[in-house]
Design a protein around this ligand. Structure first.
Ligand code: NAD
Length: 368
């Protein structure tokens, strides 16, 4: 696809779960509310607004979502995120049946359907058919919102995006933008990639990074820290399978380590999803603790509890990253977009302090 110059940002979504629900709702909400929309990180970025995004295709495997318009699919079980905007009749893009690959684990297949993924009986699209769908929909960006641990599925959709001429926004902790081999493929194809793993708008990662950085600024020696996260959505259920967690833990831990002047020994830092509490649904609770020493070795510690609706917190970054993909395409940029990724993702190609990353994002968008 040639570089777009204007018009709606035609966007496809792989994984029509809770984050996709918040993303689709956010677009319709911003269309309706315009400048009165609440909680939008960058109401205008490089001249683009969230309502400039148009969802043109979805891919999922769940029988309650496949073959439905995306505005209906995002409200179907097992999605459980808060519905902050239910006027979704403008969201008519079809949800296509993608291949399961490693998206649905054996562990998830054994859970009750209302809290898990239920693969559809419809035949799955092949690689060539997914590419055709993306091309026919004239998608310019593909957003990846698949379950944690689905490395094969992520690589499948990244490969389809390359073949279809789509930029990629990778919201999950399977490393693409921060993996030199994938970075090269996008460079060679002349396509931008932003990632990896959304750093939520006001999530545990950015708050934890800020506390750790504050301690450094004030000369406090941080000795140890943890960040324990619990939630009750399918993301948390899926992450009960410890075998799928390695890159999630790496992404979250590295995001905090990189905000500190001195790295902590592995035994002194523990960060990750910690339990599944069904009744929390899409609410996530994070418990953060830092222990350290002040002048003369005097002890200090801080405990923080953060509660958020999990999926709108990620969608806020998605509506920014999609606009950055358009900006990058318009400028003919290819490969990892470092100046935008550091602010938006936990595991970018290069970690940068959040205030500087914010300035770089604005400069990239031409808004500095
Ligand atoms: N919520 C946040 O703040 C946040 C932040 C960073 C990253 N993330 C990540 O974003 C991802 C999506 O999160 P979510 O809460 O929407 O998860 P979710 O479990 O609600 O949605 C995942 C969706 O993927 C579908 N799926 C499974 N296998 C598939 C396949 N092979 N092809 C297409 N679709 C498939 C499922 O049916 C489901 O609809 C997760 O990896 C999560 O860790 C979330």
């Amino acid at each position: 696809m040639s570089a777009p110059t204007g018009g709606p940002i035609r966007t496809a979504i792989a994984g029509v779960g809770n984050c996709a629900s918040s993303l689709v709702q956010a677009i319709s909400y911003c269309r309706a509310k315009g400048p009165d929309a609440v909680g939008v990180s960058f109401p205008v970025l490089g001249g683009l607004r969230p309502e400039d995004i148009e969802v043109v295709a979805g891919f999922d495997v769940d029988r309650r979502k496949v073959a439905r318009p995306i505005g209906e699919a995002v409200l179907a079980e097992p999605n459980c995120t808060e519905v902050f905007w239910d006027l979704l009749s403008d969201q008519t893009a079809p949800v296509h049946r993608g291949p399961d690959l490693d998206g649905v684990s054996a562990f998830m297949r054994n859970q009750p359907p209302e809290v898990s993924f239920v693969p559809s009986d419809a035949p799955a699209l092949s690689r060539d058919q997914v590419v055709e769908v993306l091309q026919a929909a004239e998608a310019e960006v593909l957003v990846i919102l698949l379950p944690v641990g689905s490395a094969e599925a992520v690589e499948f959709y990244a490969d389809c995006a390359l073949a279809a001429g789509c930029a990629v926004v990778n919201g999950i902790p399977v490393f693409l933008a921060s993996n030199p081999a994938w970075a090269k493929k996008f460079e060679a194809a002349g396509l931008p990639i932003l990632g990896d793993d959304f750093k939520a708008q006001f999530g545990a990662t950015v708050v934890h990074r800020t506390l750790a950085h504050l301690a450094d600024l004030r000369g406090v020696k941080v000795d140890r820290t943890y960040q324990l996260n619990v939630g009750g959505n399918t993301d948390f259920m899926n992450m009960m399978d410890m075998d799928r967690l390695a890159t999630k833990r790496e992404s979250k831990t590295e995001a905090v380590q990189s905000a500190m002047d001195a790295r902590l020994a592995d035994g002194n830092i523990r960060i990750g999803p910690s339990d599944y509490v069904p009744w929390l649904q899409d609410r996530k609770v994070a418990y953060v603790r830092l222990e350290g020493r002040l002048l003369g070795g005097a002890r200090t510690s801080v405990e923080m509890r953060l509660e958020v609706e999990d999926s709108p917190n990620a969608a806020a970054m998605a509506i920014t990253a999609i606009r950055c993909a358009r900006i990058a395409r318009t400028r003919g940029l290819a490969g990892p977009i470092q100046d935008a990724s550091a602010f938006l993702f936990k595991h970018p190609p290069v970690q940068i302090d959040d205030p500087e990353a914010y300035d770089r994002l604005l400069a990239f968008a031409g808004d500095a």
